[in-house]
Ligand binder design. Structure first.
Ligand code: NDP
Ligand code: GDR
Length: 387
């Protein structure tokens, strides 16, 4: 492994590097910020203005800006606003930029295609162009959050760096532009810019409407009597799921090489959404039977062990299919080949999908128990079941 920071221990204050993260309030942004702070970086993040607080995932690392030498700083900004991005980049003069900000929900991109193209596609160009115009192209290294969704209608199994792309959603098409503009700025201007082509990665901080979190959170709520049934889309869909903590480590590793390159980051194992439902149920002591086919398929509780699901009894139907969650064009199967990352960077994922599922299920059960207790005492808030 070649490296401009081969040492993985923390930097001394004098040599502290400066990182800028777009999407710092999201799942990956929050883990990456923690990771970089531990390494001694000064970390700047861009957060969007919202009518209520949207920094829950980074509140625990927030530092009062009045404190001298605060190392975690937030700036208001938006990927749709070039002047704002240019100003922040000029102010921060980052050594490394991690472009994680995006409208990241595939199904929502069919409903907001133009916004998704603007933020996910043009937003990437805006940052690259700002780096160039500010004369930072030799100083600032750039990481682009590319995605396995680029493979879409899969042309080769497993997918690796050389597999042709065939995007299947406005999200994936926007990310295709972002991928190529990153390659183009590397080739045209000699910028240190690279793509991490990351397969699905999850955690207890995963957005509530992505499939894994929807399942762990939904089943925990059902077990505690806060909801009655989980409504799902295509549960035959196959994904290669890893843990976000493992994947942000790799984002950093990619920027420590001598020369910029693109890498596939995946576990190399795939499972179905149905399998993830089964694991999540097992974590709650539930054995399920899947019956019926297509939109008639359902999951029924056949046995219960332990005390995690007091609201359920054998025979309860806890999962049904709702075609509302089918996508206009689906990506049926994704399976990554992380050989290059393993061989060139020595990266291997440390957390298995089953361990991750157990962590998410335990987290969401604790949340559901708290909600159930509040409800019992008359303080219950409605549980959101939007997708
Ligand atoms: P999240 O959806 O959890 O986070 C997205 C972040 O982008 C949030 O901080 C969000 O802000 C911010 N954001 C959204 N729109 C804008 C905007 N217009 N301007 C500035 N910021 C914006 O995504 P993840 O953390 O899961 O993913 C990080 C990146 O990696 C994304 O680009 C995603 O597309 C990509 N990716 C993710 C994979 C995964 O499996 N998680 C796999 C492959 C790629 P707010 O909190 O205000 O909504
Ligand atoms: P994906 O993740 O589209 O792969 O994009 P998501 O978890 O949304 O879907 C995975 C698969 O599950 C199927 N599915 C459902 N999905 C959701 N959200 N809700 C449902 O009820 C449901 N039922 C079945 C989907 O059809 C799909 O096949 C994620 C995002 O993080 C992207 O930003 C990232 O680029 C890719 O992963 C890699």
């Amino acid at each position: 492994m070649t490296s401009h920071t081969s040492n993985t221990s923390a930097l001394s204050p004098a040599s502290a590097k400066v990182a800028l993260i777009t999407g710092v309030t999201g799942q990956d942004g929050s883990y990456l910020a923690e990771f970089l702070l531990e390494k001694g970086y000064e970390v700047h993040g861009i957060k969007r203005r919202a009518s209520s607080f949207n920094t829950q995932r980074v509140d625990h690392i927030y530092e009062d800006p009045h404190i001298e030498n605060a190392r975690f700083k937030l700036h208001y900004g938006d990927l749709s606003d070039s002047s704002n991005l240019t100003r922040i980049l000029q102010e921060v003069q980052p050594d490394e930029v991690y472009n994680l900000g995006a409208q990241s929900h595939v199904a929502v991109s069919f409903e907001s295609p133009e916004y998704t193209a603007d933020v996910d596609g043009m937003g990437t160009l805006r940052i690259l162009e700002a780096i160039r115009l500010l004369g930072l192209e030799k100083k600032t290294r750039f990481y682009q959050a590319s995605t396995s969704e680029l493979y879409g209608l899969v042309q080769e199994i497993p997918q690796k760096e050389t597999t042709p792309f065939y995007p299947r959603s406005p999200y994936a098409v926007a990310k295709l532009y972002a991928y190529w503009i990153t390659v183009n700025y590397r080739e045209a201007y000699g910028m240190y810019a690279c793509n991490g082509i990351l397969f699905n990665h999850e955690s207890p901080r995963r957005g509530e409407t992505f499939v894994t979190r929807k399942i762990t959170r939904g089943l925990a709520n059902i077990a505690q009597g806060l909801e009655s049934c989980l409504y799902m889309g295509n549960i035959d869909s196959l994904r290669d799921w890893g843990h976000a903590k493992d994947y942000v480590r790799m984002q950093w590793m990619m920027l420590q090489q001598e020369t910029p390159e693109d890498f596939v980051i995946a576990t190399g194992v795939q499972y179905s959404v149905r399998q993830f439902i089964t694991w999540s149920a097992t974590e709650l002591g539930l054995t399920l039977a899947f019956t019926g086919t297509g939109v008639e398929e359902m999951a029924t509780v056949v046995a219960i062990e332990g005390d995690k699901a007091p609201a359920l009894k054998a025979g309860d139907v806890i999962m049904r299919i709702d075609p509302h969650y089918f996508r206009p064009a689906e990506v049926e199967t994704l399976l990554g080949d992380p050989t290059k990352a393993k061989e060139k960077l020595g990266w291997v994922p440390e957390i298995t999908v089953q361990q991750m599922c157990a962590e998410m299920a335990a987290h969401d059960l604790e949340d559901a128990r708290r909600h159930a207790l509040l409800k019992k005492h008359g303080y219950g808030l409605p549980v959101s079941t939007e997708r």
